[in-house]
Design a protein around this ligand. Structure first.
Ligand code: PMP
Length: 425
């Protein structure tokens, strides 16, 4: 299938003139295969339509916000009802309290919630809350983990100064001795330990958390009176209906949420236990839109769906079918691939593909067949997927592997990707 892209091309040209670099952040497709569209016109269920009207089965889900399906009728109806009443008002709507109560009832470790807009708001507040609690400075973060785009955590150091990270110490995810070494390096200045729910860094195989590592992080925080922070912005509610570390039996003091919690409406949250409440109460944290009620109503409706439907199990079953089918197809065409992480947040990497040229070739072939996959970032599956969608994706995968057998020898690395990897902190 050859896709037309004249509208996308024209929009990109106009964007070059009025948006720095034409696009910024993770929404820029400069580092994706060349046939990937930059602009989308609409989305419904598990599908996307680009600005030229090409339709895709979408395995990125907006990089996470789409949990139940784009334009979910129940969530959208709740948002529309609140829109009629008021959104960004002089103060919050009653739904704010309902939403905080709902989070506290669903997330085991949580006794309170602060709502904000982006994941970075929540992770930055978590860092501040840990420092306010411990009255200490050092924050431990896993090397390569993403916690947002603020100066203390951005993966690209342009525009930051070394002092922004002067009190961050890195450790290796799942490696207890490296964690302990970082604790020693923190001396008597440890404020908190950040952990992703599982290792979901870009470009490398994902790893589920070792219970021993998670438990040791908890113990260290208890011994040192520091706070344990789980950054559930990306994985929240995609692997559990509670904090993701409930699966390894470890409760953090703070957890950060965003993306899926309102099925695409803009809201994020910092949740905390009573231990961290007084410290959180002393922070000055706010934002003009942090009180907006529409996203809160959408979040409450999303949490109801999370609680009352089998969205998670259905997604897991279909995602597992997809994973098994892709593995079989790759093998039958002689490609070595590794599929890591939970099936509903899969990452597919090719063996012997250091510069990702095979992955790019495959992703590009999938796109031609109407399936939007990502060559180096974990993907996301939503609950709107059907068996017919998985059939379509597996047909596309079969066709893509087949096409790759002839094109493999002529694949080239992607220059913008190589430049981007070289510029990371
Ligand atoms: N933490 C994690 C684990 C994330 O995946 C992200 C976003 N990709 C963030 C924090 C930051 O969220 P946001 O982009 O909404 O600021």
């Amino acid at each position: 299938m050859s896709l037309s892209n004249s509208r996308d091309r024209a929009l990109r040209e106009r964007a070059e003139a009025v948006i720095p670099n034409g696009m910024y952040g993770h929404q820029s497709v400069r580092t994706l295969p060349d046939n990937y569209p930059q602009f989308f016109a609409k989305a419904k269920g598990a599908r996307l339509w680009d600005a030229d009207g090409n339709e895709y089965l979408d395995f990125m889900c907006g990089y996470g916000p789409n949990l139940l399906g784009y334009a979910h009728p129940t969530v959208d109806a709740a948002a529309a009802r609140q829109q009629q009443l008021g959104d960004a008002m002089t103060g919050p709507a009653p739904v704010m309290v309902e939403l905080a109560e709902k989070f506290v009832s669903m997330v085991g470790h949580a006794d309170w919630a602060i709502f904000c807009k982006n994941g970075t708001d929540a992770t930055t507040m978590a860092m501040m809350a840990a420092r306010a609690y411990a009255k200490k400075r050092k924050i431990l973060v896993a090397k390569g983990a993403y916690h947002g785009s603020a100066p203390w955590c951005t993966p690209r150091p342009t525009g930051t100064v070394p002092e922004d990270r002067a009190h961050s110490i890195t450790y290796i995810y799942n490696d207890v001795s490296s964690l302990e070494a970082a604790v020693i390096a923190a001396g008597d200045d440890l404020a908190g330990i950040f952990a992703s729910p599982f290792k979901h860094d870009a470009f490398v195989d994902q790893q589920m958390p070792d219970a021993a590592y998670a438990k040791r992080a908890r113990e260290i925080c208890d011994e040192r009176d520091a706070l344990l922070i789980v950054d559930d912005v990306r994985a929240g509610f995609r692997i559990a209906r509670d904090c993701s570390w409930s699966l390894v039996g470890v409760e953090p003091d703070l957890s950060c949420w965003g993306k899926a919690i309102a099925n695409g409406y803009p809201i994020s949250a910092l949740l905390g236990s009573n231990k961290a409440r007084a410290a959180a109460s002393r922070l000055y944290v706010t934002g003009s839109y942090w009180f907006a009620a529409v996203a809160m109503a959408a979040s409450l409706a999303t949490l109801n769906e999370i609680q009352n439907t089998d969205y998670l199990e259905r997604t897991q079953v279909l995602a597992t079918r997809l994973r098994e089918g892709i593995a079989k197809s790759a093998q039958s065409h002689g490609f070595g691939i590794r599929q890591s992480g939970p099936a509903q947040m899969p990452l597919i990497l090719f063996d012997d593909d250091k510069d990702f040229r095979i992955g790019y070739g495959w992703a590009s072939e999938m796109l031609k067949r109407g399936v939007y996959v990502h060559p180096w970032h974990n993907m996301f599956m939503c609950a709107a997927l059907t068996d017919a969608d998985i059939d379509q994706a597996l047909d596309a995968a079969e066709g893509a592997f087949k096409a790759m057998k002839t094109s493999r020898a002529s694949l080239k690395p992607h220059p913008a990707l190589l430049a981007m990897m070289a510029s990371r902190a």
